[in-house]
Design a protein around this ligand. Structure first.
Ligand code: F6R
Length: 242
């Protein structure tokens, strides 16, 4: 695990993109593992700007997103499909049919989750982008999730729903109670991983991920055992690493 501490959010996003760009330019048909949330938005802006400058094309690439809320219509502005379209896919030349987000509306969620796992296994992720929850979650794999898990439906912890209420008029009751997420084993299958962390609220999770024991109590700690992980924090999120 390599850890870079940037001074602020912008520098974090730029440093993450520098590293990601190596994969994007070396592999025109790369499979991208993508995350939603506040953290990767700056990285997505870097991707869009560089695409507009003509440096990278996403025409032959495939993307696989980590997670989606259960029961939220796709057109809802806070569905992760809407988020990805708005913050990235609508601004680059990736073919929409090649962008994949778990189906949180499937009649049979278990079957859809198993199909998503099979798709990810057949399209190994070249570069996985991750954020981290204040409780150490990656994707929506909350503390206690087995390290050998695959795509599954999760009941979101109250703290996670509270954190995400800012996207739902600050009303926790509007935040879905369940989500579907790639599992820990699926994430660990990525060839390379870049995890971004920004803000003081992530400092303890970053400390436990980097310095703590590898434990299901801090899902992100499993990344210590992955052969190719870059962690990029801003100053506040990296506070305990100094
Ligand atoms: C989002 C995801 C989550 C977030 C995490 C941090 O697809 O998988 O693990 O990365 O909750 O969220 P933000 O970036 O909003 O602080």
């Amino acid at each position: 695990m390599i850890v870079i501490q940037a001074k602020d959010y912008d520098e974090m996003s730029k440093k993450a993109y520098e590293s990601m760009k190596i994969v994007l330019t070396e592999k025109p048909d790369a499979v991208l593992g993508l995350a939603t949330g506040s953290t990767p938005i700056g990285l997505y802006k870097e991707m869009i700007a560089d695409y507009k400058a003509g440096a990278v094309s996403y025409k032959k690439m495939t993307s696989i997103n980590l997670d989606e809320y259960v029961g939220l219509p796709v057109e809802h502005p806070e569905s992760y499909r809407s988020f990805m379209n708005r913050n990235l896919f609508d601004h680059i030349d990736i073919v929409k049919e090649n962008t994949h987000v778990p189906d949180g509306l499937a009649a049979d969620l278990k079957l859809a989750a198993d199909e998503y796992t099979a798709f990810a296994a057949a399209h190994p992720i070249d570069i996985q982008i991750l954020g981290i929850g204040a409780n150490g979650h990656i994707g929506f794999n909350e503390p206690g999730t087995p390290f050998d898990s695959h795509t599954h439906v999760v009941e979101l912890k109250e703290g996670t729903r509270r954190d995400n209420a800012r996207f739902f008029d600050n009303d926790i009751d509007l935040v879905p109670t369940h989500a579907v997420t790639l599992g820990m084993a699926d994430i660990m299958n990525a060839k390379a991983i870049i995890l971004l962390a920004s803000g003081a609220g992530k400092a303890e999770a970053v400390r436990d991920m980097v310095l703590g024991p590898v434990s299901e109590n801090c899902p992100a700690s499993i990344l210590q055992t992955h052969p190719n992980v870059l962690v990029v924090t801003d100053e506040a999120a990296g506070y305990y690493l100094n």
